[in-house]
Design a protein around this ligand. Structure first.
Ligand code: FAD
Length: 386
């Protein structure tokens, strides 16, 4: 049995798929899914075996996240945030940055990591922060600001976050961006319950108000300068985040295509008397969807394998990752458009799975690097910076 099926068994995926419509309708966090995935060891997937994990590499997790997303996109996106930190830590530790070992050890012992990076209107994303970071005499850091879209808000036990040192003067050579992991038990933070969205509802990505949230010195893991820079943490976050995000949206396309093929085979044309899977227009549209999906499949597998192998693409890494993320989220929507076009008006009903997948896929517009940012990266690579 392949390692992914051993953990994400068909029975587990079927139970997760069956619960997805209810979480979506009730705008509820996927608690039962998370409990079952934890029990199956899935949250330890990328933790090395010597630390009690499953020892998976990135391509294996990408393939698993794709399957999970085909069953329940929001559940896959929720656990994605945890997997991203574990993947980042695995890569940082492999590069000798031992401060990140705590993430691997704690993920192994059941802690749940959330991704507290996004801030409203911060289009610098990782390269600047509106959150204030005040360094205390003992090296602890107190964070004040608002993080938005904190997926896993009801359950995280460690929030990976960053902010900007209030003592920074803007001189060259400073490293004011401070990264650390906040414990849920800490004081000085609260959830602002504002998650009521079009799709991806089970992620419960509420905002987080940081009001003097203290991270002890041993949980501060890195300091970076403001602005783009080649630090290994930047590459680890971008490569893990964009690849695993692409896996989720590729899984949505996989499921949409499978549903499309099922639905056209069940519909009969009054004009021809034949099932719609024999209709030339339906065949063309689903072939077009498959063309996009298979191109994405190769791109996703290829990049995941190259990240794992440590291939040096130099300056073309950022445009390659931006291209993958853009292609994955666009392809999910394109595939759904084509599938919805051949599968009949019944699929427009709110309870149809395709209609839920469509709403979920639209969230792809809002993840970093968004369309404009991806195009800036690609234009800079092609034409040089402005
Ligand atoms: C499904 C989904 C899950 C995501 N999960 C994560 C995640 O786990 N971690 C992460 O770092 N990023 C996450 N992102 C965030 C995302 O990647 C972007 O950063 C964000 O969608 C867009 O930012 P914006 O600048 O356009 O926000 P804006 O349009 O400026 O704001 C977006 C929303 O943030 C909330 N908000 C804004 N200001 C405040 C405030 N002062 N107080 C309270 N709430 C406020 C409001 O709900 C607002 O509608 C997720 C995105 C999506 C679509």
């Amino acid at each position: 049995m392949d390692p992914v099926t051993a953990v994400l068994s068909p029975e587990l995926l079927a139970r997760i798929a069956a619960r997805a419509p209810g979480y979506d309708a009730r705008n509820e966090f996927c608690h039962e899914d998370l409990a079952e995935l934890t029990e199956a060891g899935y949250l330890r997937a990328m933790v090395p075996t010597e630390l009690g994990g499953l020892g998976w590499d990135l391509p294996t997790l990408v393939s698993a996240q794709r399957r999970l997303a085909a069953a329940a996109p929001a559940t896959a996106l929720a656990v994605n945030m945890h997997h991203i930190w574990v993947s980042v830590a695995r890569s940082m530790v492999a590069g000798g940055h031992t401060a990140f070992e705590q993430v691997l050890r704690e993920a192994s012992s059941g802690e749940i990591f959330a991704f507290g990076i996004s801030e409203a209107g911060n289009d610098a994303v990782l390269f600047d922060s509106t959150t204030q970071a005040e360094v205390d005499d003992d090296g602890a850091v107190t964070f004040t600001g608002t993080k938005i879209f904190t997926t896993l808000a009801p359950v995280w036990t460690r929030l990976g976050l960053f902010g900007k040192d209030t003592a920074a003067t803007g001189e060259a050579g400073e490293t004011p961006l401070i990264f650390g992991f906040l414990e849920r038990e800490a004081t000085g933070w609260r959830t602002i319950e504002n998650w009521d969205t079009l799709g991806m509802r089970a992620t419960q990505s509420h905002a987080t108000a940081l009001e003097g949230a203290r991270v002890p010195p041993e949980r501060i893991v890195r300091r970076l300068p403001v602005g783009p820079n080649p630090d290994p943490l930047v590459f680890a976050i971008f490569s893990s985040f964009l690849t695993l995000l692409a896996a989720v949206y590729t899984g949505i396309g996989d499921r949409a295509l499978a549903l499309g093929a099922e639905l056209v085979a069940k519909r009969t044309s009054l004009l021809s008397g034949e099932t719609m899977d024999r209709d030339p227009d339906a065949r063309y549209k689903l072939a077009e969807a498959q063309l996009a999906q298979l191109s994405l499949d190769s791109q996703l597998r290829g990049l995941a394998a190259e990240i794992e192998a440590g291939v040096d693409h130099g300056a073309s890494w950022s445009p390659r990752l931006a291209a993958l993320r853009t292609n994955a989220t666009r392809t999910a929507r394109k595939v759904l458009d084509l599938v919805l076009g051949v599968s009949g008006g019944a699929q427009y009903h709110r309870k149809s799975e395709l209609s839920r997948l469509y709403r979920d896929a639209l969230a792809g517009i809002h993840h970093p690097s968004d369309d404009e940012s991806a195009h800036r990266t690609l234009a800079n690579y092609t034409l040089g910076p402005l």
